[in-house]
Each structure stands twice: as C-alpha cells, then as structure tokens.
Design a protein around this ligand. Structure first.
Ligand code: SAH
Ligand code: SF4
Ligand code: F3S
Length: 439
C-alpha cells in the first residue's frame, strides 16, 4: 500500500508544531510513504501552520501560492494543510475561496484522524475539511518519526487556559489537558531504549501540569529523574505566575534536570503586564529570578519579550530595558507586537505606530545582544558538559551540541561522538554560540 509514494512536510511555529509534524511523518511512514527531500516532487505535501504572529500567516499564504503551479502540472499532487491557523474560521474561508488547490484541511485537535482523512481524499479525489473546535480525549500512542536521534520532545499537556490578551494560542489549542504520568513515563522509557538521551517536556505552561491528584509538574520531574539511561531533562514553557518553590527545589534535587530555564517575561512594565493579563509584576518576576539564582547559582536564563504592545509608552519600554539589564539574560527572543484577530488586545484603541515599534525593537535587540555576548565571553576557559548532536552539514570534522545551559557549541570532532555527553573546553564565546575543543 502506497509503496513508492512520497511526502514532504513544511512546519511553521513552535516545538509543539514540530512535534505534531513528527507524528504526521510517523503516520505516513506507517501507511507506506517515504520522505521526499523536495516538496515539488512529493506525492503529498503537508503544511503545518502557526498563527502566533502575522508574519507566520503571511509565510503560509506565500508557500500555498507556490503550490498552484505544481498542482496544475500534476493533478494527483495532494495538498494538505493543518495546524493552528486552521482552528480559525476566517482562515478556512479564505483558503476555500482563494486557494482552491488545497485538498485537505484539518486542525490541531484531530491530528490522529490524518491517515483516514488522507486516504479518503486520495481515493475519492474530493476536497475535505475536518476541524474539531475543541480537544477531545487525549489520544495516546501515535507513531512518530523523530527529527533528532538522541533528543526528543515529549508533550506532557495540551492547550492553554491563560488567555494573555495578545495571544491566539488558547483559541487554536483549546483548554489545558494533562497526560497521565504513567503514559509519559512509558513514552520516555521507550525513547531511551531507542537511543534518546535528552527529553524536552512540552506544554504552553508546564507549571500547571496536573497528571492526577498526586502528580504536579515538580513530581513529574522527580519521577523522570529516576529513568535509567536518560541523561537530561528540559522543559518549555513555564509561566512565571505559577512557578513553584517545589520546582525550584527540584533543580537542586534532580541531577538530570538541566540548569536552564526559559521564563518569558513579555514586558518590564507593571501597567503593560496587567493589560497583557500576565498576572505578575516586574517585582514578582525579579523575586523569582533571585530565588532561582540563589538555589542554582549557575542557572542560565532565557526569555520572550514583546515590544509595542497597545498603550506601551516610552516609560513602559524603559522599564523593559531596565529589567533586561537587571536580569542579564543569556538570550532573549524579541517580538514586535502583532495584532491577532479574535484576541482582546486586537480591540485596544491605542495601537503603537510601526516606526515607534521598530525603533524600540532595535534598541532592545542591541541591549539583549550585547549582554549575551558578554555572558558568552565569560565562558572562555570553562569546561562544559556537552550532549553532542552530530557533525555539521557542511563540515564533517566539526561537531555541534548543547551545553547544560542550552548554549550552542561547535568544536572539532567526528560522527562517532553523536549522542555522547562529553567535556568540552570553551575557547571562544560569541553572541549566539560558543566554540570549543574536546578535552
Ligand atoms: N506559552 C508560552 C508562549 C507561546 S507563544 C508562554 O506563555 O510563554 C511564544 C511567544 O510568542 C510568547 O512568549 C510571546 O512573546 C510571543 N507572542 C505571542 N503572541 C504574540 C503577538 N500577538 N505578537 C507578538 N508576539 C507574540
Ligand atoms: Fe499564549 Fe499566554 Fe498561553 Fe503562553 S500562557 S500560550 S502567551 S495565552
Ligand atoms: Fe505554536 Fe504557533 Fe500554534 S507558536 S501553538 S504553532 S500558533
């Protein structure tokens, strides 16, 4: 069945989407398809979309536009679109009217139906739109084709209940649902048997994980720390409003939990944070950073920041710069505020002009980068434990990997080092990465 047929997946967005694409690939391989390096020559093309900012929407429509010609030349070419954008009716409507060469539309809640939907579309040669509005029961046991050999993403929960006023995710991913701890443990043990050494636990707000009445997020970390053969545990993303003391303690007790945290702050202004519905103040956030650093002095910290949220004044923005200089992040993802249809902030009257947003954005990036460069330069001469990912695509004598603190490091090496945890001496610290040599 389907022998000789090929697929190609394009993924936009976060790790959640990357992981969904791994499941789509797994299901396709079970159906007998194999992966094609080229989208244009594949039998089935899938685009897994993101809706978090306008840019992501635009890139999707651009990609979709390019497929028209291929479909014209080869009517059997099957175009499937899925992911967060498909959870919005206005997007589905515009695909139907402006991009009629799309064959199958499905959403984030019914990924498990994909094999069935695809087979229907291919057999009947009819278009199909199937999107669920809400997440049903969690479906366990989907096959996955992993992107990396030695590290893996593991979903521990789905959805988000926080409704930050700028954000589309609660609308595209539904309400919070946690997987059972035993299902997660079983998956991690299976991954380890398959060669995985590092897992990244995924959730929009892992701090509100509740697997059962006795298992919160910190408990889950303690349980995973016992899995034999697993070397490292990471997680993404945690919301400052409910990061518990118990989790901070877990950093001290659980040797496998990496000394790294991604803790999105979004803004340094109390007023803007309130309008964003983040439910913490600058002071709360700084207190949390203080506690983390006291418990784990070597912890590395990264964040997300939005510039130009409606109503942001120069003073508010200065508060953000001040926070960045106080915390001194190892790295930060910075975003221009983007209006998302259907979210509360889209209705706010005091939107910030584009030129003001860009000007602030550039100032912020400069501040963030110069701190990153200083922090990385301070690593020169230190010895770091690195999980080797493999050799570089362009140079088989250069390896890359991540330090415990999630810094990218390049060093001379060979393919046999992949998957190993080795000591590397840092020889240079640059803005976005380190260079080193194996000891
Ligand atoms: N659940 C995660 C974030 C998911 S979205 C959390 O709460 O931390 C990733 C990042 O995209 C957010 O942290 C935010 O900084 C950014 N983002 C989300 N919506 C945005 C918007 N409308 N405009 C600009 N940036 C946005
Ligand atoms: Fe979006 Fe806020 Fe939920 Fe993160 S916590 S996904 S920013 S609503
Ligand atoms: Fe992720 Fe984008 Fe959806 S950031 S959750 S793929 S909107």
């Amino acid at each position: 069945m389907n022998k000789g047929r090929t697929y190609h997946i394009t993924t936009f967005g976060c790790q959640m989407n990357e992981h969904d694409s791994e499941a789509l690939a797994g299901m396709l391989e079970e159906l007998g398809f194999s992966e094609s390096p080229e989208r244009n020559s594949a039998d089935v093309a899938i685009i897994n979309t993101c809706s978090v900012r306008e840019n992501a929407d635009k890139r999707f429509f651009g990609t979709l536009g390019q497929l028209k010609k291929i479909k014209k030349e080869n009517p059997d070419f099957t175009v499937c679109v899925c992911g967060c954008m498909m959870q919005q009716q206005h997007i589905i409507d515009s695909i139907k009217t402006k991009y009629p060469w799309v064959d199958l539309i499905f959403g984030t809640h019914n990924i498990h139906q994909f094999p069935q939907l695809l087979q229907n579309v291919m057999a009947e040669r009819e278009k199909l739109v199937k999107v669920w509005e809400d997440g049903g029961e969690i479906v366990e046991g989907l096959p996955t084709k992993r992107l990396y050999k030695h590290k893996a993403f593991v979903n521990i929960m789905y959805g988000c209940n926080n409704f930050c006023t700028y954000c589309i995710v609660p609308y595209t991913r539904g309400r919070e649902r946690s997987r059972k701890p035993e299902d997660i443990l079983e998956e991690v043990r299976r991954l380890v048997r398959d060669g995985v050494r590092e897992v990244t636990l995924l959730g929009q707000n892992v701090n509100s994980y509740q697997g059962d009445e006795n298992t919160d997020f910190a408990d889950l970390i303690y349980m995973l720390n016992e899995v034999e053969g697993l070397l490292r545990i990471r997680f993404m993303t945690s919301h400052p409003k409910d990061l518990s003391d118990k989790l901070i303690q877990a950093y001290r007790d659980c040797q496998k939990l990496c000394n790294y945290i991604h803790l999105p702050v979004q803004s340094g202004s109390r007023r803007i944070l309130a309008r964003m519905n983040r439910r913490y103040t600058k002071e709360d956030y700084l207190e949390l950073i203080g506690k983390l650093r006291q418990a784990v002095p070597q912890i590395t910290i990264s964040t997300d920041i939005i510039v130009g949220f409606p109503g942001e004044t120069e003073e508010d923005f200065e508060e953000t710069l001040d926070l960045v200089r106080t915390v001194r992040y190892d790295s930060a993802f910075t975003f221009l505020y983007s209006i998302r249809k259907g979210t509360p902030a889209a209705q706010y009257a005091d939107q910030i002009p584009e030129d003001v947003k860009h000007h602030r954005f550039n100032r912020l990036v400069e501040t963030v980068n110069s701190i990153s460069a200083e922090k990385n330069a301070a690593y020169e001469g230190r010895v770091e434990q690195v999980l080797v990912e493999g050799t570089s695509k362009t140079d088989s004598n250069t390896c890359s990997g991540r330090t415990e603190g999630f810094k990218l490091i390049n060093f001379p090496g060979n393919s046999e080092m992949a998957g190993k945890l080795i000591d590397v001496k840092v020889t240079a610290g640059k803005t976005f990465s380190l260079e080193g040599e194996v000891l």
